[in-house]
Ligand binder design. Structure first.
Ligand SMILES: Nc1ncnc2c1ncn2[C@@H]1O[C@H](COP(=O)(O)OP(=O)(O)O)[C@@H](O)[C@H]1O
Ligand SMILES: [Mg+2]
Length: 375
C-alpha cells in the first residue's frame, strides 16, 4: 500500500506569464480516492501530469512511499493512467488492448485471460473483445481505456476526465463501477473532473481548485456543509447556493428587497467578528428557502414576499426563480407536495435561518468556516 505527499508543488510552463499550479499541498493516505475538481483551465490536468511524470515539476516535492520521485521517469512510477484522449493501440483487438499491461509484465497467458475477462464483464465490454478500436463507439473506446488501466493493480491510478465521452446513463453506471473497482483494488486513485456531481459521488476527499490554487480540501460533506469561501459554496452542490449581497445590523440581514432576522447563534458570531453595520454576502441553499404556513410559523422573522419569475417542471421536482434584488433566488423543489407555483405569482418565502451562510463581501471568505470546523 502506498502513501503520497505533494509539497509546495508549483508549475510554470516555459514562456507562461502565470503559474498554472501554485503551491499545491496534499498528503494522500493509503487507498484514498481523491478527486481534483474545478472549472476548465484551473490546473487539474497539469497537476495530474506532474504526478504521472509527464510534466516537470517547476518547484516542490512529490514524495511516493517516503522517497522524492520528482526525477523518476513515468514508467518507473508504477502508475496506471486513463486520459480523456484514450490512445488505444489501433492494430490490437479490445482483448489485446486491455491485456497489454499484463503482457508487458510477463503475466502467464491464463492469468491474463482471466483478468481481462473479469474487467471486461464489469465494463460491459465482453461482446466486443475481438473487435478493433475503430469498430467501437467513443464510449466503448473510453471503457477499453479504463479496462486497460484497471486490469492491473499499480501503486497509483490516475484518471483525467475518463467519463467525459460517455452518455449520461453510461456515465452513472461506469462511475459506480470505478468506485467499486477502486474499493476492491485498494490503490490510491487520483481522479480529475470538472463535474461537481462526479466529485461529490466518488471522492473520499475533494480538492477544489480555481486558477491554479487550491480553494478547499475535504470530504464531500465538509465542502458542501462548510464551504470556505464563495467559490466553493457556489461550485459544490446542485442547485448552486444562492448568494445575496446585503448588509448586517443588530441581528438583521438586509438587501434591496427584504430584511430578515438571523439566528441567535449567527448573531453572536457576526457581532463577535465585527460585522455589525458591515456589508456581506448571505448564502442560502435551495433547501434553506421554503414556503408554506408551517415555515412561516417556525421562522416568523425571516419571511418576505417576492415574485416567481420562471418555473421549470422536472417531474419529481420543480425549479423556481424568484426576484430578490440585487440577486435572484434559485430554488429547487419548492412547492412540490403542497402546491405548484406559477410564473408572476407572489409567494411568501421563508429563510430557514438555522441553515444560512455568511461571507465577507471583500475577501469572499466564509465568516463561520473556522467556527464550524471546530465543532
Ligand atoms: N503545455 C502548456 N503550455 C503552456 N500552458 C499550458 C500548457 N498546458 C496547460 N497550460 C495552461 O495551464 C493552465 C491549466 O491548464 P490545465 O491543467 O490543462 O487545466 P484543466 O485540466 O484544469 O482544465 C491553463 O491556463 C492552460 O492554458
Ligand atoms: Mg484538463
Amino acid at each position: 500500500m502506498s502513501k503520497i505527499s505533494l509539497r509546495n508543488i508549483v508549475k510554470k510552463y516555459p514562456n507562461a506569464e502565470h503559474c498554472s499550479v501554485s503551491d499545491f499541498n496534499l498528503d494522500i493516505e493509503e487507498g484514498e480516492f481523491i478527486v481534483l475538481v474545478g472549472p476548465s483551465g484551473c490546473g487539474k490536468s497539469t497537476t495530474l501530469r506532474m504526478i504521472a511524470g509527464l510534466e516537470d515539476i517547476t518547484s516542490g516535492e512529490f514524495i511516493l512511499d517516503g522517497e522524492v520521485v520528482n526525477n523518476v521517469s513515468s514508467k518507473d512510477r508504477d502508475i496506471a493512467m486513463v486520459f480523456q484522449s484514450y490512445a488505444l493501440y489501433p492494430h490490437m483487438s479490445v482483448r489485446e488492448n486491455v491485456g497489454y499491461g499484463l503482457k508487458l509484465r510477463n503475466y502467464p497467458a491464463e492469468t491474463t485471460k482471466k483478468q481481462v475477462d473479469e474487467i471486461s464483464k464489469d465494463l460491459f465490454l465482453t461482446q466486443y473483445l475481438e473487435r478493433k478500436p475503430k469498430e467501437l463507439s467513443g464510449g466503448q473506446r473510453q471503457r477499453v481505456a479504463l479496462g486497460r488501466a484497471m486490469v492491473r493493480t499499480p501503486k497509483l491510478y490516475l484518471m483525467d476526465e475518463p467519463l467525459s465521452n460517455l452518455d449520461a446513463k453510461l456515465r452513472t453506471t461506469t462511475r459506480s463501477e470505478i468506485s467499486r473497482m477502486h474499493r476492491a483494488k485498494g490503490a490510491i486513485t487520483i481522479y480529475v473532473t470538472h463535474d461537481q456531481v462526479e466529485a461529490m459521488t466518488m471522492a473520499d476527499r475533494i480538492v477544489l481548485m480555481s486558477m491554479g490554487e487550491v480553494q478547499q480540501i475535504g470530504s464531500p460533506k465538509e465542502l458542501f456543509t462548510n464551504p470556505k469561501n464563495c467559490f466553493v459554496a457556489t461550485f459544490m452542490g446542485m442547485p448552486s447556493m444562492n448568494l445575496i449581497e446585503g448588509s448586517y445590523k443588530a441581528g438583521n440581514f438586509s438587501c434591496d428587497s427584504f430584511t430578515i432576522a438571523v439566528s441567535d447563534t449567527d448573531k453572536k458570531i457576526l457581532d463577535d467578528a465585527g460585522y455589525d453595520g458591515k456589508s456581506l454576502f448571505l448564502g442560502a441553499r435551495s433547501s434553506a428557502i421554503r414556503s408554506g404556513k408551517k415555515y412561516e410559523e417556525a421562522f416568523p422573522n425571516s419571511c418576505f414576499e417576492t415574485t416567481a419569475m420562471n418555473v421549470e417542471y422536472l417531474g419529481d421536482s420543480v425549479n423556481v426563480f424568484f426576484n430578490a434584488e440585487p440577486n435572484n433566488l434559485f430554488v429547487g423543489t419548492l412547492g412540490t407536495g403542497e402546491r405548484e407555483v406559477e410564473v408572476d405569482e407572489k409567494v411568501t418565502l421563508v429563510l430557514d435561518n438555522t441553515k444560512l451562510h455568511f461571507f465577507d463581501s471583500e475577501t469572499e471568505e466564509s465568516i463561520k468556516y473556522t467556527i464550524n470546523q471546530v465543532k
